[in-house]
Write a protein that binds this ligand. Structure first.
Ligand SMILES: Nc1nc2c(c(=O)[nH]1)N[C@H]1C(S)=C(S)[C@@H](COP(=O)(O)OP(=O)(O)OC[C@H]3O[C@@H](n4cnc5c(=O)[nH]c(N)nc54)[C@H](O)[C@@H]3O)O[C@H]1N2
Ligand SMILES: Nc1nc2c(c(=O)[nH]1)N[C@H]1C(S)=C(S)[C@@H](COP(=O)(O)OP(=O)(O)OC[C@H]3O[C@@H](n4cnc5c(=O)[nH]c(N)nc54)[C@H](O)[C@@H]3O)O[C@H]1N2
Ligand code: SF4
Ligand SMILES: [Mo]
Length: 684
């Protein structure tokens, strides 16, 4: 028997922890964290450890399948790709190229191999409609920081004196950050503030502010009120590097701590205390939820407020605050389509900020385009590395839309709920069965580090890597010359621009290498990339587009104050999507070792709230909202504030997205409100 250990990285979620993969006769048998990886330093979560069970799962799709007479039939790759090509050609002839949407999920934007070739195919086919989770996750905060700073600065938590976890629970969503914070707290190097409706584990070691979901902007504005009126801002920094401070001073006057207490439920004295600590401790780094604050009707302005808090206290571009890192020299393999995608007119900043064109259209407009033909019909879709029928808001509507297409193909290693609606499923290899590139370390620790990945095990069954699937499709559509790569190595290496970095990266395999250094003090060295060349506390760009140039407070669309009649019927607030270590989104429920650790979705409720409705721990309950209802068991916990129900996302049989609608989208980015939905509960 031949045993071997391969150094690689895990892509079961976005953080790319370093791993050691133990192989026996070429088969993966065990996975552990790699202590030599400079960022993850040996950290591994239960999903990473379950990689052998994941890759060899009996639920893997091992061959293409075509649906005929409502039954799946196994097909060869030739048959399946020919079939797709025929359907795609018909859609193009009948409705034009734009009637096809390519739909990418979390893996479809985070795994650069998956994302790059999906995007290239979109351009080659000639449709502008590349849709993705970026319309519900992360792009909003990037935009908010770009609007404020010209670039997107990242967290630098290794050197912070104070960290604010604002709607973020590292123990669920970003384990290696949790480890770092505990290590630094243990050494007495760090203070911590937690702002969350739930007393998360790290709140035990922090100054904790329980907040009413969706009211974060009220807290942020009141903190600014205190910081400005008590003269606690960084006068020199503000004067030299920002514009709009005078307008900001006037703007925040009405947002007093007493006003914010009414809205957020946080006592005014606590708001004052936190504002003072925030302004006096340097360097400080707000680590906002990866999506939490963005997934609100006020999402972009929530994120803008955090930028303004960092800026007025002089906590941008300094060690331990928010920093920038050089851009990784990725090759640009996108093929340009002149026409703008769905939603570009209604959400112009999302699509094009200062001539920087966004990669994606507005995915939340997809159901309307399919079901009503507005603004024009979408008739076909290829979904890759996504499960939107479960992961997107207004789940019933998305399901109906995917069901009513003329043609749907799904590329995935598993038969997802979205794949169950497809005409064709194409089995994708997982990241360990192909090449790739890991480079998201900037997002966790501001680290400009990258690793080139090579295949660790052979593709399972007759699965193909994504690049090969797109190539096969392109060939059948007469565009084969645009996908000339023949081997896994070629298709991986082409992701990085030729040059010094690429040579270093290849030479550093399998460990990876830095592609630059953190950049500090750039505000001192050059004009920033905003229209004014300064940090824009007041944004003329937002104003010119008809939005508030300085963030205002906006109630959640459904709320006790905004919709009091609805509140009478649905008196509790539903938050959704808190992460757990066992699963990534809708995935991995069929992996027994993970399912045993986390067998079923549980709705968290405060014991006092549960008692009001006669609910005991582990009772089966019904949660109803305006758009639907789900059933699952209750978990009583006094960690969650009373009056709130917290439900995980990603469980198909109790899909919380049946309760989330798309009525009150963020006017700037069309993000839905996943985190403040009115609901009621009852014992079943
Ligand atoms: N294990 C695991 N890790 C993941 C993922 C996964 O599926 N599984 N997904 C990855 C992805 S794509 C993403 S986007 C990130 C998500 O990462 P985050 O958005 O950071 O999610 P969480 O850390 O779970 O934090 C959610 C916290 O926000 C609180 N919260 C809810 N509503 C509000 C509110 O209105 N205001 C405030 N202040 N707090 C609120 C919740 O109580 C919870 O503690 O996680 C990534 N990491
Ligand atoms: N209510 C509520 N809903 C939410 C959220 C929330 O907080 N609350 N969070 C939202 C967020 S932030 C996000 S990012 C979305 C995520 O939404 P999705 O991306 O739709 O969810 P996933 O389950 O991660 O789907 C990824 C798919 O990629 C497949 N896959 C894995 N590797 C590969 C590969 O190499 N190639 C291909 N082709 N496929 C692969 C997986 O099997 C899986 O089916 O969910 C969102 N939904
Ligand atoms: S946190 Fe877990 S799933 Fe995510 S990359 Fe690390 S080991 Fe993999
Ligand atoms: Mo996300």
């Amino acid at each position: 028997m031949s045993s071997q250990i391969a150094i690689s990285d895990c892509m079961l979620c976005v953080w790319d922890c370093g791993i050691k993969a133990h192989l026996e006769n070429g088969r993966l048998v065990k996975v552990e964290g790699n202590p030599e990886h400079p960022i993850s330093r040996g950290y591994i979560c239960p999903r990473g450890e379950a990689l052998p069970e994941y890759v060899y799962s009996s639920n893997r799709l091992t061959t293409p399948m075509i649906r005929r007479n409502d039954r799946w039939q196994k097909a060869s790759w030739d048959q399946a790709l020919d079939y797709c090509a025929e359907k795609l050609t018909r859609i193009k002839e009948e409705y034009g190229a734009r009637a096809l949407s390519i739909f990418c999920g979390s893996v479809g934007v985070e795994n650069i191999e998956v994302a790059t070739f999906a995007r290239r195919f979109t351009g080659a086919f000639g449709t502008p409609n590349l849709l993705s989770v970026e319309n519900i996750c992360y792009r909003t905060r990037i935009l908010a920081r770009q609007i404020t700073f010209g670039r997107y600065p990242l967290d630098d938590p290794k050197l912070s004196r104070l960290i604010v976890l604002w709607g973020h629970n590292p123990d669920g969503a970003k384990g290696m950050l949790g480890e770092l914070i505990r290590e630094r707290l243990g050494k007495g190097e760090l203070d911590l503030i937690v702002i969350d409706p739930k007393r998360i584990p790290l709140a035990e070691e922090a100054y904790y502010l329980p907040i009413r979901p969706g009211t974060d902007a009220a807290l942020g504005l009141a903190m600014l009120n205190v910081i400005i009126n008590e003269g606690l801002y960084d006068k020199e920094y503000v004067e030299q590097y920002t514009i709009g401070f005078e307008e900001l001073v006037e703007h925040v006057q009405k947002y007093t701590p007493a006003w914010a207490e009414e809205i957020t439920g946080i006592p005014a004295a606590d708001i004052q205390a936190v504002a003072r600590t925030f302004a006096r401790c340097k360097p400080v780094c707000i680590i906002q939820g990866v999506n939490t604050l963005d997934q609100h009707r006020n999402g972009l302005q929530n994120s803008r407020l955090l930028s303004i808090l960092q800026a007025v206290t002089g906590n941008v571009y300094t060690p331990g605050s928010w920093v920038t890192i050089p851009r990784i020299p990725l090759a640009n393999l996108a093929i340009k389509v002149e026409e703008m995608p769905l939603g570009a007119e209604d959400y112009p900043i999302f699509s094009n900020l200062w001539g920087r064109r966004g990669a994606f259209g507005i995915a939340t407009m997809f159901p309307q385009a399919v079901l009503e033909g507005k603004p024009y019909p979408i008739r076909g879709s290829i979904v890759t590395a996504a499960n939107p029928v479960v992961s997107f808001p207004a789940a019933a509507l998305f399901k109906e839309a995917f069901s009513k297409l003329d043609f749907l193909a799904v590329i995935d290693p598993f038969l997802t709920e979205t794949a169950e609606l497809a005409d064709v499923v194409l089995p994708a290899s997982t990241f360990l069965e192909k090449g790739g590139l890991a480079y998201v370390y900037g997002v966790v620790f501001g680290e400009p580090y990258a690793i080139i990945r090579r295949k660790v095990i052979e593709p399972v069954g007759d699965s193909w890597p994504d690049w090969k699937i797109w190539k096969g499709l392109a060939e059948r559509l007469g565009m084969g010359e645009l996908f000339p790569w023949e081997t896994d190595e070629e298709a991986t290496d082409v992701l990085v621009e030729p040059g010094d970095f690429k040579n270093r990266l290849l030479a550093a395999f399998p460990m990876g290498t830095y592609y630059g250094e953190k950049e500090y003090d750039i505000q001192k060295k050059k004009k920033l990339n905003t229209p004014s060349g300064k940090i824009e506390l007041y944004s003329q760009t937002l104003k010119d587009h008809g939005y508030d140039p300085i963030p205002v407070y906006m109630e959640p669309y459904q709320s006790p104050i905004n919709t009091p009649e609805l509140y009478e019927k649905y008196p509790l607030i539903l938050i959704s999507g808190a992460r757990c270590q066992e699963y990534t989104h809708t995935q991995m429920r069929s992996i027994p070792v993970l399912r045993r650790q986390n067998p079923e979705p549980l709705a968290e409720v405060h014991p006092a709230t549960a008692e009001q409705y006669g609910i005991k721990d582990y009772d089966l309950i019904k949660i109803e909202a305006k758009t639907g209802s789900i059933k699952l068991r209750a978990k009583l916990t006094d960690k969650l504030s009373p009056g709130i129900v917290s439900v995980p996302h990603g469980w198909a049989h109790a899909n919380v997205n049946l309760l989330v609608d798309m009525e009150g989208l963020d006017p700037i980015t069309a993000y839905p409100d996943f985190k403040a939905v009115l609901c009621r509960i009852s014992k079943v």
